[in-house]
Design a protein around this ligand. Structure first.
Ligand SMILES: O=C(O)CCC(=O)C(=O)O
Ligand SMILES: [Fe+2]
Length: 311
């Protein structure tokens, strides 16, 4: 099982000055050493978490002909559904059904199930507020002024997606994969699952470790863009999903990034402060990085293509 930092979100927003500073330091350390942390007391009601999970389940349960129109082939389709088995370039098979929708700045929702749009709007809004608060803490942990970062990357008008992942039960760890090893593209992603069925594994110090979700918690992943803007100080999380031998599993992931047209750069303040005075990544437009990742989806291949030197 993976060791993880547990962050009490309520202390970040309502704690004393000292409590907040302690949490900011804990978040910074988790982003630097592990690339993820668990979030408790985050304020997303259990009823909303259950509702968004049920709404995704209802979508996957629609007859295939009703889901067909969303089987998008284009990368930037705002609603994109995929189902079944996929083969990687080297012939490896993985199995998951997914639905990916854009939720911000504009919500795109399938017409059915009927309640889908309102629930995703609400879940998207709640998690977006959490992500903004976490990013404020992250900039603080890097000794950056929020305004300084905002001038470079406008996260408030940024891009948020929501993904429902549905994995079948499978032959068990190391035999079947739901998702191959990858890192998430955006700045942060927030992963939610209901129930105790495990499957998510994170790579740490040369080993794959299974995540045991703390009941009611959310998991926060550092994404590739945060590795770039922090000039390599914070590491995006390499993770994969194994199929569970006895139960199917569902996860809901939301990813927050800047405006797709924004150029993502190692923040100059951090390049100057790094001692070596060198940027460790070349700058790239977010939208171009998404295209690069689509062509190089596994491991941290896309990030390695914009890396200027070993970190
Ligand atoms: O199913 C999970 O726990 C994680 C899914 C994931 O990594 C993703 O959608 O990028
Ligand atoms: Fe992921």
């Amino acid at each position: 099982m993976a060791e993880m930092t547990t962050v009490d979100f309520s202390q970040l927003t309502c704690g004393t000055r000292d409590e907040r500073s302690k949490i900011v330091r804990e978040i910074g350390r988790a982003c630097e050493e592990r690339g993820f942390f668990a979030l408790v007391n985050h304020g997303v009601p259990a009823s909303l978490r259950a509702a968004v999970t049920a709404a995704m389940e209802d979508f996957f349960a629609l007859p295939a002909e009703e889901r067909e129109e969303y089987m998008g082939k284009q990368l930037f389709d705002p609603i994109r559904h995929g189902a079944g088995r996929t083969l990687t370039a080297d012939g490896f098979e993985y199995r998951r059904d997914f639905l990916r929708i854009f939720v911000h700045p504009t919500l795109h929702s399938p017409v059915k199930p009927l309640h889908f749009s309102a629930i995703c709007e609400e879940y998207g809004r709640k998690t977006r507020e959490i992500a903004h608060e976490l990013l404020r803490a992250i900039w603080e942990s890097l000794d950056l002024e929020e305004g300084f970062v905002g001038a470079i990357m406008d996260v408030r008008s940024g891009h948020q997606i929501l993904i429902g992942n549905s994995y079948p039960s499978g032959p068990g760890p190391n035999l079947g994969l739901g998702l191959p090893a990858h890192s998430d593209i955006a700045l942060l992603s927030i992963v939610m699952q209901e129930g105790s069925t495990s499957g998510l594994q994170v790579f740490h110090q040369g080993h794959w470790n299974l995540i045991e979700f703390i009941p009611d918690s959310l998991l926060v992943h550092v994404g590739d863009l945060l590795e770039i803007v922090s000039n390599g100080k914070y590491k995006s999380l390499l993770h994969r999903v194994t199929l569970n031998s006895t139960s199917a599993r569902m996860s809901i992931v939301t990813a927050i990034g800047p405006n797709p047209e924004d150029r993502v750069v190692p923040l100059p303040e951090l390049v100057r402060g790094s001692g070596s005075s060198s940027a460790k990544f070349r700058s790239i437009k977010y939208i171009e990085f998404v295209e690069l990742t689509a062509r190089n989806p596994f491991d941290k291949a896309a990030l390695n293509l914009v890396r200027l030197c070993d970190v």
